[in-house]
Design a protein around this ligand. Sequence first.
Ligand code: ADP
Ligand code: MG
Length: 251
Amino acid sequence: MRAAIAAENMTVAYDDFLALDNVSIDVAPGESFGLVGESGSGKSTLLRAIAGLAPVANGRIALDGKTLDARDKAFYRRVQMVFQDPYGSLHPRQTIDRLLQEPLAIHGIKDAERRILRALDEVGLGSSFRFRYSHQLSGGQRQRIAIARALIIEPEIMLLDEPTSALDASVQAEVLNLLEQVRRDRKLTYIMVSHDLGVVTHMCERLAVMKSGKIVERLSSPDLIAGRISESYTKNLMVASRGFVRTAASA
Ligand code: ADP
Ligand code: MG
């Protein structure tokens, strides 16, 4: 099957430091693909490189098998990113309405009324949130708004960079369930970064393990859960994710 999104030989350099070193991934339509690895291994850089937010020195992105020439508006209509920090990513003094209008205006989308109500409903907040300010919301509610802002333009692909790691554990589970529900309902394709192997095996079919800007191992979630791992680096990540080891051991 043709990949919904493929990144080939992506390389990102900051001066002479290679943050991403010739990395390739491809993700099938409707698939959720995970990126794991220690802090600083290049996970965010890969997502940012795909989104055109990092200085790509080399590499190629293809959507549905067609190579992109540039990240133009049409690209961002199809590919949206959600960041880790829902405080940094939303302007605190804007109403939710204004925050949701913005992507619609950028893309020249007309049916704002219907889309805003649908997006609020879809992320489980409802229309009563429409004229509140983002500084009045909890972390989990803000992240729901960040997700609504991405969904409102009806993308095909979502790039999710630790979308729940800034949230309390109970709220994390709710937001992960929301993301999973939305993926199924809208048949979306995800690339999701998490340092939590439990989250990745729950949310993703396949994953890549990153270290020092490279992919060191590719696994399916069942492989990871069953401990079918070749790299000691990956085993150490499992040990570091102690809750995960407990879950895996009792499975
Ligand atoms: P991860 O998301 O896996 O924790 P990152 O992709 O954020 O890691 O970072 C990978 C490496 O690239 C790190 O060493 C980081 O310090 C470096 N890096 C990331 N962004 C920049 C930048 N804008 N300028 C310089 N170095 C950067
Ligand atoms: Mg990161």
